[in-house]
Each structure stands twice: as C-alpha cells, then as structure tokens.
Design a protein around this ligand. Structure first.
Ligand SMILES: C[S@@+](CC[C@H](N)C(=O)[O-])C[C@H]1O[C@@H](n2cnc3c(N)ncnc32)[C@H](O)[C@@H]1O
Length: 331
C-alpha cells in the first residue's frame, strides 16, 4: 500500500471523517484506508466518504436534486441548476459574474498550497475557475458525484475530489490556506449550519481566510434597492422569466433552502473572528422582476456595484447575499 504521497492526495491533507485518523491510498484496490481498518472507495479519482442516500439523510432532497438533475445540462447548454435559479439575462449575469470576480481579487490572490472549494458544484462559471490560480491544488468537496466528475473534467490534476459532507469534512485540521463556500450552507438543515461554518474554520491554516456566501432573510438594503428599481422600471414582463428548467428526472425535486437571518448569525457564539463583506446585495428573483435587460438595467447595476465597493460591510449585513469572512488567528 502507498502512503499518501500521491499528487491527488498529498500528505497531511486527508483524514477519516469517522475516526479522525490519517488516510493512505491503496491505488490497486481503489481505496482510501485509515489506521484502524476503516476504508473508503476511491473510484473515478473521487474519494467517496458518503453512504448512499437514505430516507433519514438530512441532505436527501439536495443530494437527489444535484445527482439526478441539478448538474445535468439544459438544452441551452447551461446546467439545470443555473437555468432554474440564476437570472441568466446578459445584464444580470454580467453583474453576478463581476460580484464573483470582486471577491476573488480581494481574498484569494495571496494563494498558497490548498484552496478548499466547499460545495464546489461543477465550478459552474468561468469566473469561479480562476479562484485557484494562485494555489497548487483546489480541494473540491461536494455531496454530488455528478458535480465532482464535472469539476474534474474541467480542472483535472489541479484538483482533489472528495464526495463528503460539509458538517464532517474528511480534511485534516489546519491544512488549507483558504476556503470558499458559495451558496451551500443555506441548503443544509438549520440545525447543521453552524457545524458547517465551524468545519470550514477548523480546516483553515493559521492566518487562513474563508469566504462563505450566504443568504439572509428580510434584508433591508435589498428591499430598498427593489423599491428604487420598481420606481424607475416598474415590473418586468414575463420575458424576464428564467429559462424553463427541463427536469431529466421527475423525482429530482428541489434542493432545500433554509435561509437564516443576520440576527441568527450574530447571536451565535462562534469560535472564530468574522467580518462582513458582500457577494450581491440583491437576489436573482429580484433582478428578474425589476431589472430591465438593457442599458438602463446595466446602469442601475453599475451603481449598485459602486455602492457594494464603497460600503462592503453594510451591503453584506443588509443586502440579500452576504460574504461572511472568517479568519483563523495567526499561530
Ligand atoms: C447552489 S450549488 C453551489 C455550487 C457552487 N459553490 C457555486 O457557487 O456555483 C450547492 C452545491 O453544494 C452542494 N452541497 C449542498 N449541501 C452540501 C453539504 N452538506 N456538503 C457538501 N456539499 C453540499 C450541492 O451538492 C451543490 O453542488
């Protein structure tokens, strides 16, 4: 048996999510083995730490959606998830992509050895691909094998692929330089969301930074922005509706969305320091309903981007989609 020096699973990166023991790789048996006898399948270059979905799985709906439909392709060439949930009209999509680029430039340029992409999906946008440019490896973790296989098709040996749960990462404490977790934690059951934040913090190296894109209930800034947009533009016509999703499997359903409030987050006693930045102050639904796909919409969103850049913390606290910045104290 080889110890974990393989480029895909370098030394000191992986640990058994059950016992916490270090893992070694058995290439011939397609297994990841932990001291103490536990082993996990390593098939299709993906370490598989999850049992098949059961009725009592808290992530049942989300897993079923992403494995059966979400990361399949729509006839437009987009992923089904993107077609269903993202405002893909050109003006809105350009704004969303600029929001991704802004966070990359601000938090991920320092680079390092490992970037954890927690709930990576298939790395659905080109703007997300470049996040790992300054890192040796992107450690991709997701519940969905379909997502990981697609991520691997895109970035190959630059990635490490782990089918695992964010609330129990198969990753050693203090081993990643930076982490991103975009649009994932609000999909977890409420009772498990704090554990997911803590797991991301646990695996960070001292001085490491994590950016968690979340979703607030009742965001007052988003509400005001919507009022202003409606005043200027009125309600958008049905042509602004999302591209119709084309279910590939009728049983796929929808992922869970358990969105919490700013008060919920700030009232918790976290073991880490955090601050607020913003991903995007308004939602896809609001953009579809209020922002015209023309020069007027583009101008409005340009103004919103300027506001986000000038007041990132306020926009993060009171906009719809914050970026929660978690830092691990330097050793
Ligand atoms: C909305 S997608 C976001 C994908 C990607 N982060 C992005 O921004 O495009 C959510 C992803 O998180 C994954 N996910 C949801 N709950 C998870 C959990 N508990 N552990 C790991 N991955 C999870 C889903 O399988 C899905 O691929």
């Amino acid at each position: 048996m080889q110890t974990v020096t393989d480029v895909r699973f370098p030394n000191g990166l992986l640990r058994c999510p059950t016992t916490g023991a270090a893992l070694s790789i058995d290439m011939d048996g397609h297994l990841l083995r932990a001291d103490g006898g536990v082993s996990y399948s390593f098939a299709g270059e993906i370490g598989r730490f999850l049992e098949p979905i059961t009725e009592v799985d808290g992530n049942k709906a989300t897993r079923a959606f992403y494995d059966n439909e979400g990361w399949g392709k729509h006839s437009s060439g987009l992923y089904q998830d993107t077609a269903k949930f993202v405002d893909t009209r050109s003006v809105s999509l350009k704004f969303t992509r600029a929001c991704m680029v802004r966070l990359n430039n601000k938090y991920f340029r320092k680079g390092g050895r490992y970037l954890l992409d927690a709930g990576c999906g298939p790395i659905a946008h080109d703007e997300l691909m470049s996040y790992d440019a300054a890192f040796e490896k992107r450690v991709c973790v997701d519940l969905s094998v379909a997502a990981l296989a697609e991520a691997r098709r895109k970035i190959g040996d630059r990635g490490v692929y782990l089918q695992g749960d964010l609330t129990n990462l198969p990753i050693e404490t203090g081993s990643v330089d930076a982490a991103m977790c975009y649009h994932v934690i609000y999909q977890l059951p409420e009772a498990l969301q704090a554990k997911a934040f803590e797991e991301i913090w646990r695996v960070l190296k001292p001085d490491g930074v994590a950016v968690v894109v979340y979703w607030w209930t009742n965001p007052k800034l988003a509400w005001r922005a919507e009022r202003v947009a409606r005043m200027f533009f009125g309600k958008q016509k049905r042509t602004a509706a999302p591209i119709a999703a084309e279910p590939t499997d009728a049983s796929a359903g929808r992922p869970d969305h358990n969105v919490m409030s700013l008060d919920w987050f700030t009232s918790k006693k976290w073991p880490f320091e955090y601050s607020f930045d913003t991903y995007r102050t308004i939602s896809n639904t609001m953009m579809r309903e209020t922002i015209p796909n023309d020069w007027r919409g583009a101008l409005f969103l340009k103004g919103l981007m300027l506001f986000q850049k000038l007041f990132p913390s306020y926009s993060g606290k009171h906009g719809e989609m914050p970026a929660i910045i978690i830092r691990k104290a330097a050793a």
